[in-house]
Design a protein around this ligand. Sequence first.
Ligand SMILES: NC(=O)c1ccc[n+]([C@@H]2O[C@H](COP(=O)([O-])OP(=O)(O)OC[C@H]3O[C@@H](n4cnc5c(N)ncnc54)[C@H](O)[C@@H]3O)[C@@H](O)[C@H]2O)c1
Length: 306
Amino acid sequence: MNVSNINTVGIIGAGLMGHGIAIQFASKGFKVILNDVSKERLETSLKNIESTAEQAKLQTDKILDLINTENSLAETAINSDFLIEAVFEDLNVKRGIFERLDSICPKDTVLASNTSSFKASQLAIKCQYPERIIVANWWNPPHILPLIEVVKGPQVSAQTVQITMELFRNIGKSPVLLQKESLGFIGNRMQFALLREAISIVENGIATPKEVDEVVKNSFGRRLALAGPFQVFDAAGWDTILAIANQLFPDLESSPKEPKLITDMVENNELGIKSAKGFYDWDETTISTFRKNISEGLSNIDKFNE
Ligand SMILES: NC(=O)c1ccc[n+]([C@@H]2O[C@H](COP(=O)([O-])OP(=O)(O)OC[C@H]3O[C@@H](n4cnc5c(N)ncnc54)[C@H](O)[C@@H]3O)[C@@H](O)[C@H]2O)c1
């Protein structure tokens, strides 16, 4: 298999991530087979593809022409040159899908998983050709955020890595290769370290959630879209950073426990946008304004990022 032979991409799971990944491939001219166990989900997904593509000012008709929906996993496997699994984060469901794909697809067809937490070696446990099964974690919204974290698990072949990285670059993404399997990859490890500290600040009465959000948005949050931590602190000077780290590191939150503040919220069904209440109150207008601002703001960052 060569990247130039990849014309049709099969996506298993037509939910939040699957529909966005489908948009990305179709917007770059690839044919897409979008698969789901639920026919209703496929219908909803096509509607979501239309509205998401329109909001992102993409060529919606062209994108919809390139995407076909399919209920049968076997048909999807037979007719695709590269497959991406994006179903629920359930190890047994994912394992079952990889076992079937592995038994149907030619042995050099790459099978990628958008899992947030499992290792390729766990997913491939029942497969005859585990060397072509690779973790490739997209970020939401997948048609806007450039990063895909590709993981070089111990069983993954160099050819699988090369095809996956090249294909993602060809569709305008910025894949980063992790040389070792790591829980949470890079992005979520860092994002959750930030979240643990933010929750601790609120629990300790230092500031309210709104004030924490203001601090991030109006300071280092802006910088981080344009420069990573190593670039930011190269600019600041490591002698200064070392002195600050010596004071701060021992004081930062390091508890491995579930934060009580969040456990209580989940028990009270304060789940955020999906239950109309989290740290903020949400209604149709505030949700749509928030999503529009994020989508348009994120799309504009690229021009400063060269
Ligand atoms: N939501 C995020 O921000 C995000 C980000 C990165 C990675 N991920 C990962 O992407 C994957 C999908 O997440 P999501 O948020 O799109 O979920 P989702 O719930 O929106 O969609 C999952 C879809 O999979 C379908 N499905 C379930 N079993 C199936 C099967 N056997 N065959 C075909 N389709 C099946 C469901 O019907 C559903 O439409 C998960 O592994 C998740 O961890 C999610």
